[in-house]
Design a binder for this molecule. Structure first.
Ligand code: ADP
Ligand code: ZN
Length: 433
């Protein structure tokens, strides 16, 4: 079912007309309300009056995550706090989070986008939607929840974790749709097998899986284990949260809700705009947001845009599965982790730059992270119990900065391979087959 046919099935001309009008509006809003944007535009001699529509998009300066950190916490807000009804945050380097604020209208549009996404996966009033994304500062849980309520489904807010209970609920409550990370979906499949629950005992028809990279093979595996259609859903808290784009049942690319977000693909080296179909970094301009609009936001996610007509009837452009990042961000159990965050914690424990390595693995479909740190010769001569105490201290410091449990192992001096060039800090053994 198409949730909002007049919007989702518009002609390209109509989409571009809306984008042009909204772009002019948002540029004027941020110029007048956000000193950061005004300064950036003034620096290149640009005024809101120079932006007449979509064709002028490329004249605008790009925005980065660093800009959000520099203006932490509220410097990018375009609406007064009086009008902000919700604040979310996602992990950032050196403890600074990326903060986003939503007005009532923003939450409303977010719910609309999520409603479109759920509908394009076949969910409706008669569906039972289990939201197994985490609820909290992370946008996954509440984002999916509001959309599921919007379509009138019966929503089960299980949040993540407690897998056996999740499975009991899937089976006993008859959940028809589920929202969670793809690795958690696989984990649910494993646990079902251990519990002896067969897929014929459950009613799941489709799942909306996102917040981390996955592959076509994982899709097949999830579909096989859970007996459902596994759909890719994409979002990032800076832009909105889940449902910036989502796959329909055709399963060939995620429709970007283009009356709210304008996507572009650039070459991350030259920053030039790339032709439709080319693979590069995807950027978004949020044209209807009031709380914290973003102009040409660099996501660092690699994708491409497909403007061909989708058989489902929706006309909004499809972005292909995210195939990588143009920076070193890792996603561990749905949490964004930058190696620099780990380094900053380690620096607090020694005087010199530490030799360390981050090892990421996936065991039983759960991500695991271990940080190996070289001891200094004098630490090495220390008693075992002192070494263990240091490990525990680092572990707890990492936990509070990353919001995630990481194993810490102090290793003998000179055991971590030195590299001639850039140090290889991360060994990611997760094979996303
Ligand atoms: P959210 O709260 O929506 O997960 P975050 O800001 O925590 O947003 O993380 C956003 C990042 O998660 C994206 O920039 C992207 O790297 C990754 N991500 C989100 N959805 C997907 C997806 N479907 N496929 C691959 N990566 C994704
Ligand atoms: Zn489609």
């Amino acid at each position: 079912m198409v949730w909002n046919e007049s919007r989702e099935c518009m002609s390209r001309d109509e989409i571009e007309k809306i984008q042009s009008e909204e772009l002019v509006g948002v540029v004027s809003r941020v110029y007048h309300n956000v000193p950061f944007y005004r300064a950036k535009m003034q620096a290149i001699g640009l005024e809101p009056g120079d932006i007449h529509g979509l064709a002028d998009l490329e004249k605008l300066p790009m925005t980065t995550k660093q800009d959000l950190r520099d203006t932490y916490p509220y410097g990018m807000f375009s609406a007064p706090l009086d009008d902000i009804v919700r604040i979310h945050a996602s992990s950032g380097t050196t403890g600074k989070q990326t903060v986003v604020g939503y007005t009532r209208k923003d939450v409303d549009i977010w719910s609309e986008c999520m409603a479109r996404s759920l509908s394009s996966g076949g969910a409706g009033r008669d569906s039972i939607v289990q939201v197994s994304y985490g609820y909290g500062l992370f946008t996954g849980g509440l984002g999916a929840h509001y959309g599921a309520e919007r379509i009138g489904a019966s929503v089960i807010p299980t949040s993540s974790g407690n897998t056996q209970r999740q499975i009991q609920i899937i089976r006993d409550f008859g959940s028809t749709h589920i929202c969670c990370t793809p690795s958690y979906a696989l984990y649910i499949g494993d646990t079902m097998r251990e519990m002896g629950v067969h897929k014929s005992e459950i009613r799941l028809k489709a799942g909306f899986f996102g917040a981390e990279p996955w592959t076509e093979n994982m899709r097949r595996e999830i579909e096989e284990r859970l007996g459902l259609h596994a759909l890719d859903i994409y979002g990032l808290s800076e832009v909105m949260g889940p449902s910036v784009s989502c796959e329909c049942l055709e399963q060939s690319g995620m429709h970007v809700w283009e009356d709210h977000f304008i996507p572009e693909i650039i070459n991350p080296e030259t920053l030039e705009t790339m032709a439709p179909g080319a693979n590069g970094e995807i950027l978004f301009t949020t044209i209807t947001k009031e709380g914290m609009p973003l102009i040409r936001y660099r996501t660092r996610d690699v994708s491409s845009l497909n403007y061909e007509r989708c058989p489902c009837g929706r006309t909004h452009v499809r972005m292909t599965r995210i195939t990588g990042r143009t920076d070193d961000m890792l996603i561990i159990r749905g949490v964004n982790v930058f190696p620099s965050q780990i380094e900053s914690v380690l620096l607090e424990f020694g005087d010199a730059a530490p030799h360390y390595q981050i090892i990421v693995d996936r065991s039983d479909n759960l991500d695991e992270i271990e940080v190996q740190v070289e001891m200094t010769p004098q630490m090495f001569s220390d008693e075992i119990k002192n070494i263990e105490r240091t490990e525990r201290k680092i572990m707890s410091a990492l936990h509070s900065v990353l919001g995630l449990a990481a194993k810490v192992r102090l290793v003998e001096p000179k055991t971590i391979a030195r590299s001639e060039g850039k140090a290889k800090r991360v060994i990611d053994n997760r094979v996303l087959k």
